[in-house]
Design a protein around this ligand. Structure first.
Ligand SMILES: Cc1ncc(COP(=O)(O)O)c(C=O)c1O
Length: 414
C-alpha cells in the first residue's frame, strides 16, 4: 500500500490541496462528483495549446497532422487502459451521460419495438435511467428494474427472474455512486448472453476511476465513462463499443468529419470512431484524458484501489459507530470509495454547509439517484467519496467535526 510519504508527495502534486483558501487546508471528499487535478494534467492543457493545437483529420499542414497524431495516440492509450481490442472501438464524447444517450438514441430508438424490455437496476444514476425512459416512450418498450437487498447487493435471483427473451437491453452500473455496490458484472453479462439476445451496457462512471477494467474480459457491448472523475479535465468522456455493433447502428449526430461522401440528396457515413464524432472534436480533452491515464498508471490502479479501499473501510467503521447517523453504503468489503449517510435529525444541506465552514467538502442531496433514495426511504443523503490524495487524518478530522454539526444545530453536544 502507499506509504504516508508517498501520499504526501501525491498531495503535493495537486495545487488545490495546497492553496489553503481562507487559510485552511481543504479536505476534498467530493471525488464521486469530480476529482481535483494534478499539476502535470493542468500543465498538459497548456502544452497542447502551445504546440499541438490544430483541427484533426483535416488539412495537410504541420498542426493539422500533429493534432491528429496526439488525438489518435490518446485513443490508443484509452484502448489499452480499458482492454479494448481496437482503438476504433473508443469514441470520444463529452461524458458518460452523452455516451449512454448515444446508445439510447442510435441503438435503443432504432432497434427496440413495443413489448421489448430494458433492464436496469435501482442503483442507477439518472444518466442510466432517463435515456431509457425516453426510449420506452418512443418505442413502447418497457423499463424494468432489479432491486437490492438490505445490504445494497442485487440478489442474482433478480436477474434470473427478470432477464427473458423479451429483454433487449441490460444497462447496469459498475459501481453505485451512492451506496458503493459493485454488481458482479461478469456473472450478469454471462447470464444475459445465455438467456437473451440483449446487448449489455456498463455504466463505468464510478468504476473505471477506481478499478482495473477489461471490456474484453467482461464481454460488455458498450461502456461509458467520464474523464473528470479520474483526474482529467471536464468535457471529455468515452463510449467503448464492440466494432460490429458500432458500425451497425446509425450515427447519433451528423455533419463534418463523420462522412464518407456527401451528395446533394444523401450521404454515406464513415465507420467508427469518426461515425460518432461529428464536428470539431475535443482534442485538448482527449489528450488530457491520456495524460490522466499516464498519471494513474504511474501509481498503478491496483495500488490506488487498495488505498481507496483502506480509506473507505476506515471511514465506514468510524461512521457506523455513531448512533446519530445512518450509513447507507453496503457493508461488503468490496465496495466503491463512497460513504453515504444521514444524520437522524439534520438535513444533508445543513450538514454539508456546516462542514464547509471547517474546510470539509462533502456532497449533499440526491446525487442524481432519486429512485434509489426513494427506495432507501429518504429523499437525500450526505456523501463522502475518496480519491488517491485523501488520508485517514482527514477522515479523523471529518468525523470529529460531525460533532460540531450537532452542536451548531443544537441537536447534541460534545
Ligand atoms: C454512476 C454514474 N453514472 C453516470 C454519471 C454521469 O457522469 P457525467 O455527469 O460525467 O456524465 C455519474 C456521475 O456522477 C455517475 O456517478
Amino acid at each position: 500500500m502507499f506509504t504516508k510519504e508517498e501520499i504526501k508527495n501525491i498531495r503535493s502534486e495537486f495545487p488545490y490541496l495546497n492553496i489553503k483558501p481562507n487559510g485552511k487546508e481543504i479536505i476534498y471528499f467530493d471525488n464521486g462528483a469530480t476529482t481535483q487535478k494534478p499539476r502535470e494534467i493542468i500543465d498538459n492543457i497548456v502544452k497542447y495549446y502551445e504546440g499541438e493545437n490544430g483541427n484533426p483529420h483535416r488539412g495537410a499542414h504541420y498542426l493539422a497532422m500533429k493534432s491528429t497524431e496526439v488525438y489518435e495516440n490518446a485513443r490508443e492509450k484509452v484502448k489499452d487502459f480499458i482492454g479494448a481490442e481496437k482503438s476504433s472501438e473508443v469514441i470520444f464524447l463529452r461524458n458518460a451521460t452523452e455516451a449512454l444517450n448515444l446508445v439510447a438514441y442510435s441503438y435503443g430508438r432504432n432497434e427496440l419495438k413495443e413489448g421489448d424490455e430494458i433492464l436496469i437496476s435501482i442503483l442507477e444514476h439518472h444518466s442510466n435511467i432517463v435515456p431509457w425512459q425516453e426510449v420506452c416512450k418512443k418505442t413502447g418498450a418497457v423499463l424494468k428494474y432489479v432491486y437490492v437487498d438490505e445490504n445494497m447487493q442485487i440478489p442474482f435471483s433478480e436477474f434470473e427472474e427478470k432477464i427473458t427473451e423479451k429483454t433487449k437491453i441490460v444497462s447496469i452500473t459498475g459501481a453505485s455512486n451512492v451506496v458503493g455496490t459493485y454488481p458482479d458484472i461478469e456473472k450478469i453479462v454471462k447470464y444475459t448472453r445465455e438467456n437473451s439476445n440483449a446487448i449489455f451496457i456498463l455504466d463505468g462512471a464510478q468504476y473505471v476511476p477506481h478499478k482495473k477494467v477489461n471490456v474484453k474480459e467482461l464481454d460488455v457491448d458498450f461502456m461509458a465513462f467520464s474523464g473528470h472523475k479520474m483526474y482529467s479535465a471536464m468535457g471529455i468522456g468515452v463510449l467503448y463499443g464492440k466494432e460490429k455493433l458500432l458500425n451497425k447502428i446509425e450515427p447519433f449526430l451528423s455533419g463534418g468529419d463523420m462522412i464518407e461522401y456527401v451528395y446533394e440528396d444523401h450521404t454515406t457515413f464513415l465507420d467508427a470512431p469518426q461515425r460518432f464524432e461529428a464536428g470539431t472534436v475535443n482534442v485538448e480533452g482527449a489528450v488530457n484524458l491520456a495524460a490522466a491515464i499516464d498519471y494513474i498508471n504511474k501509481y498503478g490502479m491496483e495500488k490506488i484501489e487498495e488505498y481507496e479501499k483502506y480509506l473507505t473501510d476506515y471511514c465506514y467503521e468510524k461512521l457506523s459507530k455513531l448512533d446519530y447517523i445512518k450509513v447507507y453504503t453496503t457493508n461488503s468489503k468490496d465496495r466503491a470509495p463512497v460513504i453515504s449517510f444521514n444524520f437522524n435529525e439534520a438535513h444533508p444541506h445543513d450538514v454539508a454547509s456546516i462542514l464547509d465552514t471547517f474546510g470539509i467538502a462533502i456532497r449533499s442531496g440526491h446525487h442524481c439517484a432519486q429512485p434509489l433514495h426513494r427506495f432507501l426511504g429518504s429523499n437525500f443523503s450526505c456523501r463522502a467519496s475518496f480519491g488517491i490524495y485523501n488520508t485517514v487524518e482527514e477522515i479523523d478530522y471529518f468525523v470529529e467535526h460531525l460533532e460540531d454539526v450537532r452542536e451548531v444545530l443544537g441537536i447534541g453536544s460534545k
